[in-house]
Ligand binder design. Structure first.
Ligand SMILES: CC(C)(COP(=O)(O)OP(=O)(O)OC[C@H]1O[C@@H](n2cnc3c(N)ncnc32)[C@H](O)[C@@H]1OP(=O)(O)O)[C@@H](O)C(=O)NCCC(=O)NCCS
Length: 115
């Protein structure tokens, strides 16, 4: 909880190098979103190292938007420090967020699932 808002956090997803680009991480993200939505998280966060371009692409493709520290401060005010603690965020990491409101929207990754 941050104030009265229930938040969810995806801590870490890693796929074996031999199995990448097959939609496995996207399927895991979709399952995390489903579970966190069931638990009524209103916002779902993930923090990613600032130079991790594959992870940026993964989360953007799955409906997450990058949120700057200024935007986070505007959204959470003084509670932003509590948010950073919960995300276990390091200074060089970038925050991505997806709101629960758009969880019902079709996921861009669905066409990317292995058949
Ligand atoms: C980031 C990571 C989890 C992606 O796993 P994955 O199973 O390959 O991801 P997906 O196949 O679901 O990819 C979904 C989309 O993400 C993007 N993407 C994934 N890897 C990418 C790469 N190396 N370069 C550019 N875009 C990439 C693509 O848009 C991809 O869709 P496409 O294959 O149709 O183009 C994987 O590279 C990894 O384990 N990295 C090391 C651990 C890590 O950095 N975790 C993220 C921090 S939580």
């Amino acid at each position: 909880m941050i104030g009265r808002r229930k938040i969810g956090n995806i801590l870490w997803i890693a796929i074996h190098p031999d199995l990448r680009r097959r939609g496995i991480a996207s399927a895991l993200v979709a399952e995390c979103l489903r579970i966190l939505s069931e638990q009524e998280a209103s916002l779902i966060f993930v923090s990613v190292e600032g130079d991790n371009l594959p992870a940026f692409a993964l989360f953007e493709k799955n409906g997450f938007k990058r949120m700057s520290s200024k935007e986070l401060r505007r959204e959470f005010g003084l509670r932003v420090m509590s948010l950073y603690n919960k995300l276990l965020i390091a200074p060089h990491e970038v925050v991505f967020v997806r709101s629960r409101n758009d969880l019902d929207a079709p996921s861009p990754s669905k066409s990317n699932q292995p058949s």
